[in-house]
Design a protein around this ligand. Structure first.
Ligand code: BMP
Length: 267
C-alpha cells in the first residue's frame, strides 16, 4: 500500500520521470510541502519563491494571474528550482478537447510544457484530453495530475465522476502520475498514485468564496495524501510580501506535513 511506504521507496513504482523526480526530491529535502504562489506581480512571485524554496518539494503556479509575466520570469523560476532543488507545477486545469489542449500546453504566451514538470487537467472532456496533453508532455518527461476531487464547497467532482477519473488514470499510467484529491482512492495494494491536496491551512476552516481547509495532519495522516498544497497559509492574502513571515510559515507547514507523514509510515 503506497501510503505506508516511504516516498523514496516508491520511486521504483513509477515509470514517469516527473513522478520519480518529485518522490526523490521529497525524500532528499524531507518535505511534502508544495507552496501555491498565487500573487499577481513578477516581483512578489519571485520574492516568495526565493523565500520558500528551501522548504518545498514543489512550487505551484498560476502564471496567468501575473500581470507582468514574461519569459524572464520563467528563466528565473527555473534557476530558483535548480538552486533550491524543487519541481514546478503549473496549475493550468486544462479542460478542452485533445487537439486544443495540446496547443494550449505547448504554445501561446506561456509555453507551459517547456518549463513545468507537472500540470493538471479536468476529465470532463473524456480521455482525449489525456492523449492530447501526453503528445506534448511525454517526450519532455512531464507528468499529469487529474482532478479527481476538489476542495471547494459544492463542487461536482464526486462519486461516479471521481471513479471514472481514476479509471482514466489507470489507462494512462505512463503520463498520469496521480490526482488532485482530498483522500487516497482505494485500489490494488501495488497501485501507486501521487495524491496532491489543496485546501490546507492551520487556523482557518475556509474563505469567503467556498474554499474549505483542513490541517496538514488531517490530509497526510488521516486521508493518506502525499503532498500538501498551501497558498495563503504561507503567502498571506495581500501583495505585500513579508519575507520573514513567509519563511516562518513555510517552515511551519513543512514541519507539520513531514511529521504527519513520519507518523503515517510508522503506523
Ligand atoms: P489557498 O491555500 O490560498 O486556498 O490556495 C489553494 C490553491 O490550490 C489555489 O491556487 C487553487 O487554485 C488551488 N486549488 C484548490 O484550492 N482547490 C482545488 O480543488 C484545486 C486547486 O488547484
Amino acid at each position: 500500500m503506497a501510503s505506508s511506504k516511504a516516498y523514496g521507496d516508491r520511486v521504483a513504482s513509477h515509470s514517469n520521470r516527473a513522478a520519480q523526480d518529485l518522490l526523490r526530491t521529497m525524500e532528499r529535502k524531507q518535505s511534502n510541502l508544495c507552496v501555491s504562489v498565487d500573487v499577481t506581480s513578477k516581483a512578489a512571485f519571485l520574492a516568495v519563491v526565493e523565500a520558500v524554496g528551501p522548504f518545498v518539494c514543489l512550487i505551484k503556479t498560476h502564471v496567468d494571474v501575473i500581470a507582468d509575466f514574461d519569459a524572464d520570469l520563467v528563466e528565473q523560476l527555473t534557476q530558483l528550482a535548480a538552486k533550491h532543488d524543487f519541481l514546478i507545477f503549473e496549475d493550468r486545469k486544462f479542460a478542452d478537447i485533445g487537439n486544443t489542449v495540446s496547443l494550449q500546453y505547448a504554445g501561446g504566451i506561456y509555453k507551459i510544457a517547456s518549463w513545468s514538470h507537472i500540470t493538471n487537467a479536468h476529465t470532463v472532456p473524456g480521455p482525449g484530453i489525456i492523449a492530447g496533453l501526453a503528445k506534448v508532455g511525454l517526450p519532455l518527461g512531464r507528468g499529469l495530475l487529474l482532478l479527481a476531487e476538489m476542495s471547494s464547497a459544492g463542487n461536482l467532482a464526486t462519486g461516479a465522476y471521481s471513479d471514472q477519473t481514476i479509471a482514466m488514470a489507470r489507462a494512462h499510467r505512463d503520463f498520469v502520475v496521480g490526482f488532485i484529491a482530498m483522500q487516497r482512492p482505494s485500489g490494488p495494494a501495488d497501485e501507486d498514485f501521487l495524491i496532491l491536496t489543496p485546501g490546507v491551512q492551520l487556523g482557518s476552516k475556509g474563505d469567503a468564496l467556498g474554499q474549505q481547509y483542513r490541517t496538514p495532519r488531517e490530509v497526510v495522516f488521516d486521508s493518506g495524501c502525499d503532498v500538501i498544497i498551501v497558498g495563503r497559509g504561507v503567502t498571506g492574502s495581500g501583495e505585500s510580501i513579508n519575507v520573514e513571515e513567509v519563511q516562518h510559515q513555510a517552515r511551519r507547514y513543512r514541519d507539520e506535513g513531514w511529521s504527519a507523514y513520519r507518523e503515517r509510515i510508522a503506523s
